[in-house]
Write a protein that binds this ligand. Structure first.
Ligand SMILES: NC(=O)C1=CN([C@@H]2O[C@H](COP(=O)(O)OP(=O)(O)OC[C@H]3O[C@@H](n4cnc5c(N)ncnc54)[C@H](O)[C@@H]3O)[C@@H](O)[C@H]2O)C=CC1
Ligand SMILES: O=C(O)C(=O)COP(=O)(O)O
Length: 584
Protein backbone atom coordinates (compact mmCIF):
# COMPACT_ATOMS: atom_id res chain seq x y z
CA UNK A 1 0.00 0.00 0.00
CA UNK A 2 1.36 3.45 -0.84
CA UNK A 3 1.81 5.83 2.10
CA UNK A 4 -0.83 8.17 0.69
CA UNK A 5 -3.37 5.36 1.02
CA UNK A 6 -3.26 5.74 4.80
CA UNK A 7 -5.61 8.53 5.68
CA UNK A 8 -4.83 10.66 8.68
CA UNK A 9 -7.41 9.68 11.30
CA UNK A 10 -10.21 11.96 12.32
CA UNK A 11 -10.18 11.60 16.08
CA UNK A 12 -13.75 12.80 16.49
CA UNK A 13 -15.17 9.52 15.22
CA UNK A 14 -12.64 7.05 16.66
CA UNK A 15 -13.91 4.30 18.90
CA UNK A 16 -12.23 4.60 22.30
CA UNK A 17 -11.44 0.86 22.14
CA UNK A 18 -9.41 0.96 18.93
CA UNK A 19 -5.70 1.25 19.73
CA UNK A 20 -3.96 4.33 18.35
CA UNK A 21 -0.45 4.36 16.98
CA UNK A 22 1.71 7.46 16.59
CA UNK A 23 4.47 7.42 13.95
CA UNK A 24 6.41 10.70 14.01
CA UNK A 25 9.25 9.50 11.72
CA UNK A 26 9.44 8.19 8.18
CA UNK A 27 8.48 4.53 8.04
CA UNK A 28 8.17 2.32 4.96
CA UNK A 29 4.60 1.70 3.76
CA UNK A 30 4.89 -2.12 3.93
CA UNK A 31 4.75 -2.09 7.74
CA UNK A 32 2.12 0.65 7.85
CA UNK A 33 -0.13 -1.52 5.70
CA UNK A 34 0.13 -4.30 8.29
CA UNK A 35 -0.97 -1.89 11.01
CA UNK A 36 -3.90 -0.42 9.16
CA UNK A 37 -5.11 -3.81 7.91
CA UNK A 38 -5.20 -4.94 11.55
CA UNK A 39 -7.74 -2.22 12.22
CA UNK A 40 -5.59 0.15 14.27
CA UNK A 41 -5.74 3.91 13.93
CA UNK A 42 -2.51 5.43 12.65
CA UNK A 43 -1.44 9.00 13.15
CA UNK A 44 1.40 9.90 10.80
CA UNK A 45 2.30 13.57 11.05
CA UNK A 46 4.86 14.81 8.48
CA UNK A 47 8.23 13.34 9.61
CA UNK A 48 10.08 15.69 11.95
CA UNK A 49 7.12 18.09 12.31
CA UNK A 50 6.48 17.37 16.01
CA UNK A 51 8.66 19.18 18.54
CA UNK A 52 9.42 17.30 21.80
CA UNK A 53 6.74 19.47 23.46
CA UNK A 54 4.14 18.62 20.77
CA UNK A 55 4.96 14.97 21.17
CA UNK A 56 4.60 15.10 24.96
CA UNK A 57 1.25 16.89 24.59
CA UNK A 58 -0.09 14.24 22.17
CA UNK A 59 1.37 10.99 23.46
CA UNK A 60 -1.25 10.48 26.19
CA UNK A 61 -3.83 9.16 23.73
CA UNK A 62 -1.66 6.47 22.07
CA UNK A 63 -1.06 2.80 22.84
CA UNK A 64 1.97 2.54 20.55
CA UNK A 65 4.76 4.83 19.38
CA UNK A 66 7.00 3.90 16.43
CA UNK A 67 10.28 5.79 16.00
CA UNK A 68 13.65 5.70 14.26
CA UNK A 69 16.75 7.49 15.60
CA UNK A 70 15.46 11.08 15.64
CA UNK A 71 12.78 10.92 18.32
CA UNK A 72 14.10 11.01 21.88
CA UNK A 73 11.90 8.75 23.98
CA UNK A 74 12.77 10.13 27.40
CA UNK A 75 11.48 9.16 30.84
CA UNK A 76 9.27 12.26 30.87
CA UNK A 77 7.77 11.46 27.46
CA UNK A 78 7.04 7.94 28.70
CA UNK A 79 5.38 9.28 31.83
CA UNK A 80 3.14 11.48 29.65
CA UNK A 81 2.24 8.37 27.62
CA UNK A 82 -0.08 6.89 30.22
CA UNK A 83 -1.71 4.48 27.72
CA UNK A 84 1.50 3.34 26.02
CA UNK A 85 1.98 -0.41 25.74
CA UNK A 86 4.82 -0.45 23.25
CA UNK A 87 7.59 1.74 21.86
CA UNK A 88 8.97 0.30 18.63
CA UNK A 89 12.34 1.29 17.17
CA UNK A 90 12.42 0.69 13.42
CA UNK A 91 16.13 -0.04 13.46
CA UNK A 92 18.84 -1.43 15.73
CA UNK A 93 20.16 1.17 18.17
CA UNK A 94 17.86 1.99 21.08
CA UNK A 95 20.15 4.65 22.53
CA UNK A 96 17.43 7.26 21.83
CA UNK A 97 15.00 5.37 24.10
CA UNK A 98 15.12 5.31 27.90
CA UNK A 99 14.64 1.54 28.07
CA UNK A 100 14.98 1.45 31.85
CA UNK A 101 12.18 4.00 32.28
CA UNK A 102 10.02 2.07 29.80
CA UNK A 103 10.60 -1.17 31.71
CA UNK A 104 9.70 0.51 34.99
CA UNK A 105 6.43 1.67 33.43
CA UNK A 106 5.70 -1.77 31.93
CA UNK A 107 6.11 -0.48 28.37
CA UNK A 108 7.58 -3.04 25.98
CA UNK A 109 10.39 -1.76 23.76
CA UNK A 110 10.94 -3.67 20.52
CA UNK A 111 13.39 -3.18 17.69
CA UNK A 112 14.55 -4.77 14.45
CA UNK A 113 17.84 -6.39 15.44
CA UNK A 114 19.05 -7.27 11.96
CA UNK A 115 16.81 -5.59 9.34
CA UNK A 116 19.33 -2.87 8.47
CA UNK A 117 22.65 -4.57 9.22
CA UNK A 118 23.55 -5.20 5.58
CA UNK A 119 22.70 -1.59 4.73
CA UNK A 120 24.96 -0.29 7.53
CA UNK A 121 27.83 -2.55 6.45
CA UNK A 122 27.48 -1.55 2.79
CA UNK A 123 27.40 2.14 3.73
CA UNK A 124 30.67 1.62 5.62
CA UNK A 125 32.21 0.18 2.47
CA UNK A 126 30.79 3.12 0.48
CA UNK A 127 32.49 5.57 2.87
CA UNK A 128 35.69 3.51 2.78
CA UNK A 129 35.89 3.82 -1.00
CA UNK A 130 34.66 7.42 -1.05
CA UNK A 131 37.36 8.56 1.39
CA UNK A 132 40.04 6.56 -0.43
CA UNK A 133 39.18 7.94 -3.87
CA UNK A 134 37.85 11.46 -3.20
CA UNK A 135 34.56 10.57 -4.87
CA UNK A 136 32.46 13.37 -3.29
CA UNK A 137 35.00 16.12 -4.06
CA UNK A 138 35.39 14.86 -7.62
CA UNK A 139 31.63 15.00 -8.07
CA UNK A 140 31.16 18.43 -6.46
CA UNK A 141 34.02 20.11 -8.29
CA UNK A 142 33.07 18.63 -11.66
CA UNK A 143 29.51 19.86 -11.17
CA UNK A 144 31.03 23.29 -10.54
CA UNK A 145 32.69 23.02 -13.94
CA UNK A 146 36.20 22.18 -12.59
CA UNK A 147 38.37 19.31 -13.92
CA UNK A 148 40.66 18.70 -10.89
CA UNK A 149 42.28 15.35 -11.72
CA UNK A 150 45.67 16.37 -10.36
CA UNK A 151 44.31 17.39 -6.96
CA UNK A 152 42.21 14.28 -6.44
CA UNK A 153 44.65 11.39 -6.53
CA UNK A 154 43.43 8.72 -4.11
CA UNK A 155 44.78 5.55 -2.54
CA UNK A 156 43.92 1.89 -3.16
CA UNK A 157 42.37 -0.26 -0.47
CA UNK A 158 43.42 -3.70 -1.83
CA UNK A 159 46.39 -5.04 0.09
CA UNK A 160 45.92 -2.40 2.84
CA UNK A 161 45.05 -3.09 6.48
CA UNK A 162 41.58 -2.39 7.84
CA UNK A 163 41.15 -2.25 11.62
CA UNK A 164 37.68 -2.99 12.95
CA UNK A 165 36.71 -2.08 16.50
CA UNK A 166 33.57 -4.06 17.42
CA UNK A 167 32.94 -7.38 15.69
CA UNK A 168 29.20 -7.74 16.11
CA UNK A 169 26.61 -8.00 13.37
CA UNK A 170 27.74 -4.99 11.31
CA UNK A 171 31.47 -5.31 12.05
CA UNK A 172 31.60 -8.94 10.89
CA UNK A 173 29.80 -8.13 7.62
CA UNK A 174 32.24 -5.31 6.89
CA UNK A 175 35.09 -7.70 7.66
CA UNK A 176 33.85 -10.31 5.17
CA UNK A 177 33.48 -7.82 2.34
CA UNK A 178 36.83 -6.18 3.06
CA UNK A 179 38.80 -9.42 3.36
CA UNK A 180 37.07 -11.57 0.76
CA UNK A 181 35.88 -8.90 -1.68
CA UNK A 182 38.45 -6.12 -1.49
CA UNK A 183 41.56 -8.13 -0.66
CA UNK A 184 42.29 -6.21 2.53
CA UNK A 185 44.08 -7.56 5.58
CA UNK A 186 41.58 -7.23 8.40
CA UNK A 187 42.53 -7.01 12.05
CA UNK A 188 39.92 -6.61 14.75
CA UNK A 189 39.55 -5.58 18.36
CA UNK A 190 36.61 -6.86 20.35
CA UNK A 191 37.35 -8.15 23.84
CA UNK A 192 34.09 -10.10 23.82
CA UNK A 193 34.38 -11.70 20.38
CA UNK A 194 35.06 -15.33 19.71
CA UNK A 195 38.32 -15.83 17.82
CA UNK A 196 36.74 -18.64 15.76
CA UNK A 197 33.85 -16.45 14.61
CA UNK A 198 36.33 -13.67 13.80
CA UNK A 199 38.62 -16.03 11.90
CA UNK A 200 35.73 -17.30 9.78
CA UNK A 201 35.11 -13.67 8.71
CA UNK A 202 38.79 -13.25 7.79
CA UNK A 203 39.76 -11.25 10.88
CA UNK A 204 42.80 -11.70 13.09
CA UNK A 205 42.04 -10.49 16.58
CA UNK A 206 44.45 -8.22 18.41
CA UNK A 207 44.44 -7.57 22.13
CA UNK A 208 44.42 -3.78 22.45
CA UNK A 209 43.96 -0.49 20.64
CA UNK A 210 47.67 0.19 21.16
CA UNK A 211 48.44 -2.89 19.13
CA UNK A 212 45.84 -2.16 16.44
CA UNK A 213 46.23 1.55 15.76
CA UNK A 214 49.79 1.77 14.39
CA UNK A 215 49.09 -1.03 11.89
CA UNK A 216 45.95 0.20 10.16
CA UNK A 217 45.47 2.16 6.94
CA UNK A 218 41.74 2.38 7.59
CA UNK A 219 39.90 2.14 10.90
CA UNK A 220 36.19 1.54 11.35
CA UNK A 221 34.21 1.40 14.61
CA UNK A 222 31.10 -0.77 15.02
CA UNK A 223 30.37 -0.77 18.73
CA UNK A 224 27.18 0.47 20.37
CA UNK A 225 27.49 3.76 22.23
CA UNK A 226 28.01 2.76 25.88
CA UNK A 227 29.72 4.37 28.84
CA UNK A 228 32.72 2.16 27.96
CA UNK A 229 32.80 3.13 24.27
CA UNK A 230 32.12 6.87 24.63
CA UNK A 231 35.29 8.66 23.42
CA UNK A 232 36.97 5.29 22.83
CA UNK A 233 39.11 7.06 20.23
CA UNK A 234 40.55 10.40 21.27
CA UNK A 235 43.71 12.47 20.76
CA UNK A 236 46.00 9.87 22.29
CA UNK A 237 44.67 7.19 19.94
CA UNK A 238 44.75 9.31 16.74
CA UNK A 239 48.39 10.20 17.48
CA UNK A 240 49.24 6.48 17.42
CA UNK A 241 47.94 6.04 13.86
CA UNK A 242 49.75 6.38 10.55
CA UNK A 243 49.59 9.90 9.08
CA UNK A 244 48.08 8.34 5.97
CA UNK A 245 45.30 6.53 7.87
CA UNK A 246 41.59 7.24 7.38
CA UNK A 247 38.85 6.57 9.93
CA UNK A 248 35.18 5.66 9.44
CA UNK A 249 32.15 5.92 11.73
CA UNK A 250 28.81 4.39 10.77
CA UNK A 251 28.12 3.35 14.40
CA UNK A 252 27.32 6.23 16.74
CA UNK A 253 28.57 9.79 17.20
CA UNK A 254 30.69 9.87 20.34
CA UNK A 255 32.62 6.62 19.82
CA UNK A 256 35.25 8.92 18.26
CA UNK A 257 35.71 12.10 20.26
CA UNK A 258 34.68 14.68 17.66
CA UNK A 259 36.87 17.50 18.98
CA UNK A 260 39.91 15.22 18.96
CA UNK A 261 39.08 14.01 15.46
CA UNK A 262 38.92 17.59 14.19
CA UNK A 263 42.32 18.24 15.74
CA UNK A 264 43.75 15.03 14.27
CA UNK A 265 42.63 16.13 10.79
CA UNK A 266 43.81 19.73 11.22
CA UNK A 267 47.21 18.71 12.62
CA UNK A 268 47.69 16.00 9.99
CA UNK A 269 47.88 13.12 12.50
CA UNK A 270 45.59 11.22 10.14
CA UNK A 271 44.62 11.78 6.49
CA UNK A 272 40.83 11.71 6.41
CA UNK A 273 37.52 10.48 7.74
CA UNK A 274 34.18 9.15 6.53
CA UNK A 275 31.43 9.95 9.02
CA UNK A 276 27.73 9.03 9.01
CA UNK A 277 26.80 9.66 12.64
CA UNK A 278 27.25 12.61 14.95
CA UNK A 279 26.82 13.46 18.61
CA UNK A 280 24.14 15.94 17.58
CA UNK A 281 21.76 15.08 14.74
CA UNK A 282 21.12 17.18 12.80
CA UNK A 283 24.20 19.17 13.93
CA UNK A 284 23.51 22.79 14.81
CA UNK A 285 25.12 25.81 13.16
CA UNK A 286 28.56 26.49 14.65
CA UNK A 287 28.71 23.14 16.48
CA UNK A 288 31.70 20.78 16.52
CA UNK A 289 29.76 18.02 14.74
CA UNK A 290 28.86 20.40 11.91
CA UNK A 291 32.44 21.70 11.65
CA UNK A 292 33.52 18.07 11.37
CA UNK A 293 30.90 17.26 8.73
CA UNK A 294 32.01 20.28 6.68
CA UNK A 295 35.74 19.62 7.05
CA UNK A 296 37.53 19.30 3.68
CA UNK A 297 39.17 16.03 4.73
CA UNK A 298 35.85 14.49 5.74
CA UNK A 299 33.29 12.68 3.62
CA UNK A 300 30.05 13.04 5.55
CA UNK A 301 26.55 11.65 5.20
CA UNK A 302 23.46 12.51 7.28
CA UNK A 303 22.99 9.20 9.16
CA UNK A 304 22.27 7.24 5.99
CA UNK A 305 23.60 3.86 7.20
CA UNK A 306 20.15 2.28 7.32
CA UNK A 307 18.60 4.31 4.53
CA UNK A 308 18.08 1.80 1.77
CA UNK A 309 14.74 0.79 0.32
CA UNK A 310 15.35 -2.82 1.38
CA UNK A 311 16.47 -2.06 4.94
CA UNK A 312 13.57 0.32 5.52
CA UNK A 313 11.14 -2.28 4.28
CA UNK A 314 12.71 -4.90 6.57
CA UNK A 315 12.70 -2.78 9.71
CA UNK A 316 9.22 -1.43 9.05
CA UNK A 317 7.75 -4.94 8.66
CA UNK A 318 9.79 -6.26 11.63
CA UNK A 319 8.51 -3.70 14.08
CA UNK A 320 4.97 -3.29 12.77
CA UNK A 321 4.39 -7.06 13.07
CA UNK A 322 5.50 -6.87 16.68
CA UNK A 323 3.31 -3.85 17.42
CA UNK A 324 0.28 -5.74 16.03
CA UNK A 325 1.19 -8.77 18.14
CA UNK A 326 1.56 -6.75 21.34
CA UNK A 327 -1.60 -4.70 20.84
CA UNK A 328 -3.49 -7.95 20.33
CA UNK A 329 -2.09 -9.31 23.59
CA UNK A 330 0.65 -11.56 22.14
CA UNK A 331 4.41 -11.66 22.60
CA UNK A 332 6.94 -9.84 20.40
CA UNK A 333 9.92 -11.54 18.74
CA UNK A 334 12.52 -8.88 19.46
CA UNK A 335 11.69 -7.16 22.71
CA UNK A 336 14.61 -5.23 24.15
CA UNK A 337 13.15 -5.54 27.64
CA UNK A 338 11.35 -8.90 27.29
CA UNK A 339 10.86 -11.10 30.31
CA UNK A 340 13.07 -14.19 30.15
CA UNK A 341 10.68 -16.28 32.07
CA UNK A 342 7.20 -17.70 31.52
CA UNK A 343 4.56 -16.78 34.14
CA UNK A 344 4.13 -20.30 35.56
CA UNK A 345 7.87 -20.60 36.22
CA UNK A 346 8.13 -17.10 37.58
CA UNK A 347 7.71 -17.73 41.30
CA UNK A 348 10.35 -20.38 41.61
CA UNK A 349 13.00 -19.25 39.16
CA UNK A 350 12.77 -15.46 39.10
CA UNK A 351 15.44 -14.73 41.76
CA UNK A 352 17.81 -17.25 40.17
CA UNK A 353 17.22 -15.78 36.73
CA UNK A 354 18.15 -12.42 38.21
CA UNK A 355 21.23 -13.87 39.93
CA UNK A 356 22.52 -15.64 36.82
CA UNK A 357 21.97 -12.57 34.65
CA UNK A 358 23.87 -10.41 37.16
CA UNK A 359 26.70 -12.96 37.32
CA UNK A 360 26.98 -12.94 33.52
CA UNK A 361 26.97 -9.15 33.35
CA UNK A 362 29.54 -8.94 36.17
CA UNK A 363 31.73 -11.40 34.29
CA UNK A 364 31.70 -9.43 31.05
CA UNK A 365 32.36 -6.11 32.72
CA UNK A 366 34.86 -7.22 35.35
CA UNK A 367 36.96 -9.72 33.43
CA UNK A 368 36.82 -8.74 29.76
CA UNK A 369 38.52 -5.38 30.20
CA UNK A 370 38.11 -3.51 26.89
CA UNK A 371 41.16 -1.34 27.57
CA UNK A 372 43.84 -3.59 29.04
CA UNK A 373 47.13 -1.91 29.95
CA UNK A 374 49.09 -4.31 27.77
CA UNK A 375 48.13 -7.45 25.95
CA UNK A 376 50.37 -9.58 23.91
CA UNK A 377 48.06 -12.54 24.26
CA UNK A 378 44.82 -13.07 22.40
CA UNK A 379 41.94 -15.16 23.64
CA UNK A 380 41.48 -18.07 21.31
CA UNK A 381 38.58 -19.82 22.99
CA UNK A 382 36.38 -19.24 25.99
CA UNK A 383 33.90 -21.67 27.42
CA UNK A 384 31.66 -21.45 30.43
CA UNK A 385 30.45 -23.87 33.03
CA UNK A 386 27.22 -22.87 34.76
CA UNK A 387 26.98 -24.98 37.88
CA UNK A 388 23.75 -25.26 39.88
CA UNK A 389 24.18 -26.31 43.52
CA UNK A 390 21.89 -27.65 46.22
CA UNK A 391 18.11 -27.35 45.73
CA UNK A 392 18.65 -25.52 42.45
CA UNK A 393 20.34 -28.62 41.04
CA UNK A 394 16.98 -30.40 41.14
CA UNK A 395 15.43 -28.04 38.57
CA UNK A 396 15.23 -29.71 35.19
CA UNK A 397 14.01 -26.84 33.01
CA UNK A 398 16.99 -24.54 33.19
CA UNK A 399 16.31 -22.79 29.85
CA UNK A 400 15.49 -19.47 31.54
CA UNK A 401 18.77 -19.69 33.49
CA UNK A 402 20.77 -20.48 30.35
CA UNK A 403 19.07 -17.53 28.58
CA UNK A 404 19.75 -15.32 31.60
CA UNK A 405 23.46 -16.12 31.41
CA UNK A 406 23.64 -15.33 27.69
CA UNK A 407 21.69 -12.12 28.34
CA UNK A 408 24.00 -11.12 31.18
CA UNK A 409 27.14 -11.86 29.17
CA UNK A 410 26.03 -10.08 25.98
CA UNK A 411 23.81 -7.14 27.02
CA UNK A 412 26.54 -4.91 28.53
CA UNK A 413 28.37 -4.78 25.20
CA UNK A 414 25.82 -5.27 22.47
CA UNK A 415 22.52 -4.11 21.01
CA UNK A 416 21.36 -7.69 20.69
CA UNK A 417 18.19 -8.52 22.61
CA UNK A 418 18.29 -11.89 24.29
CA UNK A 419 15.20 -13.83 25.26
CA UNK A 420 14.32 -17.41 25.98
CA UNK A 421 13.63 -18.09 22.31
CA UNK A 422 16.85 -16.78 20.75
CA UNK A 423 19.42 -17.33 23.54
CA UNK A 424 20.84 -20.59 22.17
CA UNK A 425 21.20 -19.21 18.66
CA UNK A 426 22.85 -16.00 19.84
CA UNK A 427 25.26 -17.92 22.06
CA UNK A 428 26.22 -20.02 19.03
CA UNK A 429 26.62 -16.96 16.76
CA UNK A 430 28.88 -15.28 19.27
CA UNK A 431 30.91 -18.43 19.95
CA UNK A 432 29.76 -18.69 23.58
CA UNK A 433 29.88 -22.33 24.71
CA UNK A 434 28.05 -23.10 27.96
CA UNK A 435 28.02 -26.42 29.82
CA UNK A 436 25.36 -26.69 32.50
CA UNK A 437 26.18 -28.88 35.51
CA UNK A 438 24.00 -29.98 38.41
CA UNK A 439 25.73 -30.60 41.74
CA UNK A 440 23.34 -31.60 44.50
CA UNK A 441 25.85 -31.59 47.36
CA UNK A 442 27.73 -28.36 47.80
CA UNK A 443 30.20 -27.15 50.38
CA UNK A 444 28.44 -23.77 50.35
CA UNK A 445 26.27 -22.87 53.33
CA UNK A 446 23.47 -21.72 51.02
CA UNK A 447 20.57 -23.98 50.12
CA UNK A 448 20.82 -22.99 46.46
CA UNK A 449 23.83 -21.45 44.80
CA UNK A 450 25.20 -20.86 41.32
CA UNK A 451 28.80 -20.90 40.12
CA UNK A 452 29.98 -19.51 36.81
CA UNK A 453 33.35 -20.80 35.74
CA UNK A 454 34.84 -19.40 32.56
CA UNK A 455 37.80 -21.12 31.03
CA UNK A 456 39.88 -19.08 28.57
CA UNK A 457 42.51 -20.63 26.38
CA UNK A 458 44.97 -18.05 25.13
CA UNK A 459 48.03 -18.22 22.92
CA UNK A 460 50.15 -18.56 26.04
CA UNK A 461 48.12 -20.41 28.65
CA UNK A 462 44.79 -21.49 30.09
CA UNK A 463 43.10 -19.58 32.89
CA UNK A 464 39.81 -19.75 34.63
CA UNK A 465 37.65 -17.25 36.42
CA UNK A 466 34.98 -17.98 38.97
CA UNK A 467 31.96 -16.04 40.16
CA UNK A 468 29.61 -17.55 42.69
CA UNK A 469 26.32 -16.26 44.06
CA UNK A 470 23.29 -17.27 46.08
CA UNK A 471 19.71 -16.27 46.70
CA UNK A 472 18.28 -15.46 50.11
CA UNK A 473 14.53 -14.86 50.08
CA UNK A 474 14.19 -12.81 46.91
CA UNK A 475 17.51 -11.01 47.32
CA UNK A 476 20.60 -12.04 45.34
CA UNK A 477 24.21 -11.92 46.52
CA UNK A 478 27.67 -12.53 45.11
CA UNK A 479 29.69 -14.74 47.44
CA UNK A 480 32.91 -15.37 45.54
CA UNK A 481 35.01 -13.65 42.89
CA UNK A 482 37.87 -15.96 41.98
CA UNK A 483 40.00 -16.45 45.10
CA UNK A 484 38.13 -13.79 47.06
CA UNK A 485 35.32 -14.52 49.49
CA UNK A 486 32.76 -11.71 49.15
CA UNK A 487 29.20 -10.95 50.15
CA UNK A 488 27.60 -8.09 48.24
CA UNK A 489 24.43 -7.23 46.32
CA UNK A 490 25.10 -6.95 42.57
CA UNK A 491 23.18 -3.71 42.02
CA UNK A 492 24.07 -0.23 40.75
CA UNK A 493 27.52 1.06 39.79
CA UNK A 494 30.37 -0.84 41.44
CA UNK A 495 34.10 -0.18 41.46
CA UNK A 496 36.14 -3.34 42.00
CA UNK A 497 39.76 -2.73 42.95
CA UNK A 498 42.27 -5.53 43.20
CA UNK A 499 44.97 -4.52 45.64
CA UNK A 500 47.62 -5.64 48.09
CA UNK A 501 46.00 -6.02 51.50
CA UNK A 502 48.04 -3.38 53.36
CA UNK A 503 47.07 -0.46 55.62
CA UNK A 504 46.25 2.87 53.97
CA UNK A 505 44.62 1.62 50.78
CA UNK A 506 41.05 2.46 51.76
CA UNK A 507 41.98 5.99 52.81
CA UNK A 508 43.79 6.70 49.52
CA UNK A 509 40.92 5.39 47.45
CA UNK A 510 38.38 7.39 49.49
CA UNK A 511 40.39 10.57 48.91
CA UNK A 512 40.58 10.05 45.15
CA UNK A 513 36.82 9.39 44.98
CA UNK A 514 36.12 12.48 47.10
CA UNK A 515 38.24 14.65 44.75
CA UNK A 516 36.14 13.40 41.82
CA UNK A 517 32.84 14.10 43.62
CA UNK A 518 31.89 10.41 43.85
CA UNK A 519 29.70 9.22 46.72
CA UNK A 520 30.36 5.82 48.27
CA UNK A 521 27.10 3.99 48.99
CA UNK A 522 28.73 0.85 50.42
CA UNK A 523 32.14 -0.66 50.73
CA UNK A 524 33.42 -4.13 51.30
CA UNK A 525 36.85 -5.70 51.48
CA UNK A 526 36.81 -9.21 50.06
CA UNK A 527 39.82 -11.11 51.38
CA UNK A 528 41.45 -14.25 50.02
CA UNK A 529 39.64 -17.45 50.86
CA UNK A 530 41.44 -19.99 53.06
CA UNK A 531 42.97 -22.02 50.29
CA UNK A 532 44.28 -18.90 48.53
CA UNK A 533 45.79 -17.61 51.81
CA UNK A 534 47.78 -20.80 52.24
CA UNK A 535 49.03 -20.55 48.66
CA UNK A 536 50.25 -16.96 49.20
CA UNK A 537 52.47 -18.09 52.05
CA UNK A 538 53.78 -21.03 50.01
CA UNK A 539 54.52 -19.44 46.65
CA UNK A 540 53.07 -15.92 46.43
CA UNK A 541 54.87 -12.55 46.29
CA UNK A 542 56.69 -11.49 49.48
CA UNK A 543 57.38 -8.17 51.21
CA UNK A 544 60.82 -6.90 52.34
CA UNK A 545 60.74 -9.14 55.41
CA UNK A 546 59.87 -12.23 53.37
CA UNK A 547 56.24 -12.36 54.55
CA UNK A 548 53.62 -13.40 52.02
CA UNK A 549 51.84 -10.37 50.50
CA UNK A 550 48.12 -10.90 50.70
CA UNK A 551 45.77 -9.52 48.11
CA UNK A 552 42.18 -8.34 48.48
CA UNK A 553 39.34 -6.90 46.47
CA UNK A 554 37.82 -3.61 47.48
CA UNK A 555 34.23 -3.48 46.28
CA UNK A 556 32.59 -0.07 46.36
CA UNK A 557 29.04 0.90 45.46
CA UNK A 558 29.28 4.42 44.03
CA UNK A 559 27.07 7.27 42.89
CA UNK A 560 28.21 9.94 40.42
CA UNK A 561 29.93 9.85 37.07
CA UNK A 562 32.78 7.34 36.90
CA UNK A 563 35.13 8.78 34.29
CA UNK A 564 38.14 7.23 32.56
CA UNK A 565 40.31 9.81 34.39
CA UNK A 566 39.01 8.54 37.74
CA UNK A 567 39.72 4.91 36.81
CA UNK A 568 43.20 5.92 35.63
CA UNK A 569 43.94 7.78 38.89
CA UNK A 570 42.71 4.89 41.03
CA UNK A 571 44.86 2.48 39.03
CA UNK A 572 47.94 4.60 39.73
CA UNK A 573 47.52 4.47 43.54
CA UNK A 574 50.25 2.49 45.28
CA UNK A 575 49.41 -1.17 45.80
CA UNK A 576 46.40 -1.12 43.43
CA UNK A 577 46.79 -3.89 40.88
CA UNK A 578 43.67 -3.43 38.79
CA UNK A 579 40.41 -1.48 38.70
CA UNK A 580 37.16 -2.28 36.97
CA UNK A 581 33.85 -0.47 36.80
CA UNK A 582 30.72 -2.57 36.63
CA UNK A 583 27.18 -1.32 36.06
CA UNK A 584 24.57 -3.83 37.20
N1 LIG B 1 24.49 4.40 10.82
C1 LIG B 1 23.41 3.64 10.86
O1 LIG B 1 22.40 3.97 10.24
C2 LIG B 1 23.40 2.37 11.63
C3 LIG B 1 24.18 2.27 12.76
N2 LIG B 1 24.16 1.12 13.50
C4 LIG B 1 25.01 1.09 14.68
O2 LIG B 1 26.10 0.21 14.43
C5 LIG B 1 26.62 -0.25 15.67
C6 LIG B 1 26.85 -1.75 15.62
O3 LIG B 1 25.61 -2.42 15.51
P1 LIG B 1 25.55 -4.03 15.62
O4 LIG B 1 26.64 -4.61 14.81
O5 LIG B 1 24.14 -4.40 15.38
O6 LIG B 1 25.88 -4.22 17.17
P2 LIG B 1 26.23 -5.59 17.92
O7 LIG B 1 25.69 -5.42 19.28
O8 LIG B 1 25.85 -6.77 17.10
O9 LIG B 1 27.84 -5.55 17.97
C7 LIG B 1 28.56 -4.64 18.76
C8 LIG B 1 29.94 -5.25 19.03
O10 LIG B 1 30.74 -4.28 19.71
C9 LIG B 1 31.56 -5.01 20.64
N3 LIG B 1 32.08 -4.11 21.66
C10 LIG B 1 31.41 -3.58 22.72
N4 LIG B 1 32.26 -2.81 23.43
C11 LIG B 1 33.47 -2.83 22.80
C12 LIG B 1 34.74 -2.22 23.05
N5 LIG B 1 34.94 -1.41 24.11
N6 LIG B 1 35.75 -2.45 22.18
C13 LIG B 1 35.57 -3.27 21.11
N7 LIG B 1 34.39 -3.89 20.85
C14 LIG B 1 33.36 -3.67 21.67
C15 LIG B 1 30.63 -6.09 21.16
O11 LIG B 1 31.33 -7.18 21.72
C16 LIG B 1 29.87 -6.50 19.91
O12 LIG B 1 30.51 -7.59 19.26
C17 LIG B 1 25.62 0.20 16.73
O13 LIG B 1 26.11 1.38 17.32
C18 LIG B 1 24.37 0.51 15.93
O14 LIG B 1 23.53 1.40 16.57
C19 LIG B 1 23.44 0.01 13.12
C20 LIG B 1 22.64 0.08 12.01
C21 LIG B 1 22.53 1.28 11.20
O1 LIG C 1 19.32 1.20 13.36
C1 LIG C 1 20.17 2.00 13.77
O2 LIG C 1 20.85 1.84 14.80
C2 LIG C 1 20.39 3.24 13.01
O3 LIG C 1 21.27 3.98 13.36
C3 LIG C 1 19.48 3.60 11.91
O4 LIG C 1 18.88 4.83 12.23
P1 LIG C 1 17.62 5.36 11.40
O5 LIG C 1 16.53 4.36 11.57
O6 LIG C 1 18.05 5.47 9.98
O7 LIG C 1 17.27 6.68 12.00
Amino acid sequence: MAPSAIDPPSFSNLSPDVPRILIPEKLSPEGLALLSSSGFHLDIPPPGSLSPEDLAAKIGSYQALIVRSETKVTASLLSAGSKLKVVARAGVGVDNIDVKAATERGVIVVNSPSGNILAAAEHTIALLMATARNVPRGDTTLKQGKWERGKLVGVEVGGKTLGIVGLGKVGLKVARVASQGLGMTVIGLDPYASAEVAKAAGVSLVGSLDELLPQVDFLTAHTPLLASTLNLLGEEQFKKMKKTARVLNVARGGVYNEEALLKALDEGWIAGAGIDVFTQEPPKEGSIPLTLAQHPKVVSTPHLGASTVEAQENVSIDVCKQVVEILKGGLPTAAVNAPLILPEEYRRLQPFVKLVEKIGSLHTQHYANPNPKSTTTTTTTRRFELIYHGDLATITNTRPLFAALVKGLVTPISNTNINIVNATLIAKDRGIAIDEKHVSSHSSTYASAVTLRSISTTDNNDSDQIIEGYVSGNAVFISKLDRFAANFTPEGTLLILHNYDEPGKIGNVGMVLGRHGINITFMQVAGLNQEARRKVVDDGPVDDSGNGLKEALMILGVGGEVTKELIGELGRQEGILDVSVVRL
